[in-house]
Design a protein around this ligand. Structure first.
Ligand code: ARG
Length: 444
């Protein structure tokens, strides 16, 4: 009787790394491999071909899952509610897809009765953390394998040699010098010449966005209409959120909007140079923020800004399914209840500008804001407001002057001002003290 092997579910992309993973899991771990291919909106030429390859390399089974609708509805709605930007720059493209893929891996493990889940991430990046944290939070009993972190194939040529020796087909397509990960929300490009932060990104790294210099000479206006913080119409035509993301990727991309070139702090402690293009994601966040500016009460808006950073850090760090991230989602959802309205964007040669906004829930009151006729603001109340608002710091300022503190401590303009007698007598102002010996040496 043939021995019954344990099963492993592998996140499979069709590339060399994950193809070698199939073989490695079979040969080194003696496991049957179930490959899961996810469609998260990445560029591809047929996922059925990817499935055929998995089976040719030796997977017992391969399932192709269209995750796009769920990605838009459950992940990208929350990212938009949180205006999610890690380090105020990166719209979390890859970080958002990992928990979604993990969810499907765990579902497949349950369906096929697999004890193990495997991924093809390296041991240096964020994605390994995101997969493993997500899987663990969804089902802590599953065991996780990371072949690429374990095998000793450190360079590309080593890996190709191993693949050939083990009968894993090596694609004839020209090898990209970059590491790329893409989905509906954008595209991440790393490695190759980009590892030198002084080198300008070569033009050919970008595929979703046009070179702004080659973009149309006429601007294009786009109106986005939102309900509960999610867009449901573009230029007056109702569409699913997924459909709007696709359309905006086209429009914003055509005008060269959404490129990012940054140094990023990875969770594992490494600074890395990252290039991204996220035309739809960036435009949607810009429009969404503009609507919040109009609709959210000031204190809610200010608190939300702080929580947005925490949310982005959580998701970047693989905490999508954590209780903290879920609690922040509840706050975010509460802020989105009245987020109805329309934002007009103008795209032109690499830029996207908010040029119009309206909402039935707008808190913008023209009577209060105007400097023209019809002013309803009570200027007389301002005087008393300032008096009370300033009282605490005024008390402090009067006290310091009476005590005769060195004037420069509270008045930079008056460094050599008269030092009154009092508590601070004999204190040498910092600026007149001798510089420390070390600092002194350096200037010599
Ligand atoms: N640095 C980005 C992140 O951590 C992008 C990662 C992209 N992954 C890749 N395999 N190229 O989210």
């Amino acid at each position: 009787m043939a021995e019954q092997k344990d099963k492993v579910v592998l996140a499979y992309s069709g590339g060399l790394d994950t193809s070698c993973c199939i073989k490695w899991l079979q040969d080194e771990m003696n496991l049957d491999v179930i490959a899961v291919v996810g469609d998260v909106g990445q560029e591809h030429d047929g996922l059925e071909k990817v499935k055929e390859k998995a089976l040719r390399v030796g997977a017992l089974e391969c399932i192709v899952v269209d995750m796009r609708q769920m990605f838009a509805q459950e992940y990208l709605t929350k990212a938009l509610a949180a205006n999610a930007m890690y380090e105020n720059k990166y719209p979390l493209v890859s970080a958002l897809s990992r928990p979604l893929i993990s969810k499907h891996l765990v579902d497949a493990a349950h369906k096929f009765g697999a004890k193990y889940i495997a991924h093809g991430c390296t041991g240096k990046g964020n994605d390994q953390v995101r997969f493993e944290s997500s899987i663990t939070m969804l089902d802590p009993s599953l065991k996780i394998l990371a072949p690429v972190r374990e095998w000793n194939l450190l360079t590309r040529p080593d890996e190709i040699e191993w693949a050939q020796a083990h009968g894993v087909e090596v694609g004839v397509t020209k090898d990209s010098p970059y590491s790329i990960d893409d989905n509906l929300w954008g595209r991440a490009i790393e490695c190759g010449v980009l590892e030198d932060p002084w080198i300008e990104p070569p033009a050919d790294i970008y595929t979703m966005t046009a070179d702004p210099m080659q973009a149309p000479d006429q601007p294009e206006y786009v109106e986005l209409t939102f309900a509960r913080g999610v867009p449901y119409a573009i230029n007056g035509n109702q569409k699913s959120y997924l459909g709007i993301i696709y359309e905006l990727n086209e429009i914003a991309g055509k005008h060269g909007y959404g490129r990012i070139d940054m140094i990023e702090n990875r969770l594992v402690g490494v600074k890395s140079r990252e290039c991204y293009e996220a035309p739809a994601g960036m435009a949607l966040i810009k429009a969404h923020k503009a609507l919040e500016d109009l609709v959210l009460e000031r204190e809610v808006l200010h608190h939300k800004l702080a929580l947005e950073q925490t949310w982005a850090n959580c998701v970047y760090n693989g905490q999508w399914f954590s209780p903290l991230k879920e609690a922040i989602d509840a706050f975010m959802a509460s802020t989105q209840r009245c987020l109805y309205g329309t934002i007009r964007l103008k795209f032109f040669k690499g830029s996207c500008t908010v040029v119009g906004r309206k909402s039935a829930y707008s808190l913008y009151d023209q009577g209060l804001a105007t400097y023209d006729k019809g002013d309803t603001f009570n200027r007389d109340a301002a005087k008393g407001f300032i008096e009370i608002q300033t009282l605490s710091t005024k008390t402090w300022a009067v006290n310091r002057r009476q005590e005769g503190a060195p004037a420069e401590l509270f008045d930079a303009q008056n460094e050599k001002g008269p030092l009154k007698r009092g508590r601070y007598e004999g204190v040498t102002p910092l600026s007149r003290q001798e510089p420390a010996a070390e600092a002194h040496k350096e200037t010599e």
